[in-house]
Ligand binder design. Structure first.
Ligand code: ZN
Length: 202
C-alpha cells in the first residue's frame, strides 16, 4: 500500500528528490511539492531557475574550500577582511554560521570534515596541507580552530596544532560552555565541566 502512486511520474520524481533534502522526509517532501505546485508562478518556476543557475555556476574556492560562484570566493577576495586572522572550520555550514554571527572580520579555511580513522578519513582526505601552505606563506598571525566539540573535532585540532608547531602563529580555539540563554540544569556534565574550566573573571 505504501508504494501506491498518488500522482504522475514527474510529480513522483519531484517528491522523491525533495525527500533527499536534509530536514525533509517523505511527508514534508509531499507537502513541499504540493505547495510548489499551487504556487507554480511565484515559487516553483523561480526555484527551478535558481537551482539550474546555481548548479551551473557553483564552484569550490581554490584557496579556502568555501563554495561560491566565483573562484577565489567572495570572502577570500574581499580586501576589507583582516588577512592576519584565519578561522578553520570543518564544513561550509560552519562558515555560514560564523558569518551569520558576524563577529570576526576574518578569512576562513574549510577542512571538509574531521579526522576519523574508524571511517577511513586521514589527513590527506582533508584540506590540511593547503592550510599549512597558507600559514607557511606568511601574513597569518592568528589561527582560530572553530571545530566541533566532538572527539573527531578535537583530534583534528590537535593534529593541525602539531603540523603548525614550527610556525610563528598563535593558535586559539572556541570557548566551550554555557550557551547564551541556557539554563544550567539542562546542560550535560561535559558542557558544565568545560564551562567551569574556562571560567572568566567577573
Ligand atoms: Zn575562498
Amino acid at each position: 500500500m505504501s508504494d501506491k502512486r498518488i500522482a504522475g511520474p514527474e510529480i513522483e520524481r519531484l517528491i522523491q528528490l525533495l525527500a533527499k533534502v536534509p530536514g525533509l522526509g517523505p511527508r514534508s517532501a509531499r507537502r513541499a511539492a504540493l505547495h510548489m505546485i499551487k504556487k507554480k508562478e511565484q515559487l516553483m518556476a523561480p526555484l527551478a531557475a535558481a537551482l539550474t543557475e546555481a548548479s551551473e555556476k557553483v564552484t569550490v574556492c581554490s584557496i579556502c574550500g568555501n563554495v561560491d560562484t566565483v573562484d577565489p570566493c567572495s570572502i577570500c577576495s574581499d580586501p576589507r577582511r583582516d588577512p592576519s586572522l584565519l578561522i578553520v572550520v570543518e564544513d561550509v555550514s560552519d562558515l555560514w554560521a560564523l558569518e551569520r554571527a558576524s563577529v570576526m572580520n576574518a578569512r576562513y579555511h574549510v577542512l571538509g570534515g574531521t579526522l576519523s580513522p574508524l571511517d577511513g578519513v586521514g589527513p590527506d582526505d582533508l584540506n590540511i596541507k593547503s592550510l599549512v601552505d597558507r600559514v607557511a606563506a606568511g601574513g597569518i598571525t592568528e589561527l582560530i580552530l572553530a571545530v566541533n566539540a566532538t572527539v573527531e573535532g578535537q583530534t583534528t585540532a590537535h593534529y593541525i596544532t602539531d603540523q603548525l608547531a614550527d610556525f610563528d602563529v598563535r593558535i586559539t580555539r572556541l570557548a566551550h560552555g554555557v550557551p547564551v540563554g541556557g539554563e544550567l540544569d539542562y546542560l550535560d556534565e561535559g558542557t558544565l565541566s568545560a564551562a567551569l574550566r574556562a571560567r572568566t573573571q567577573f
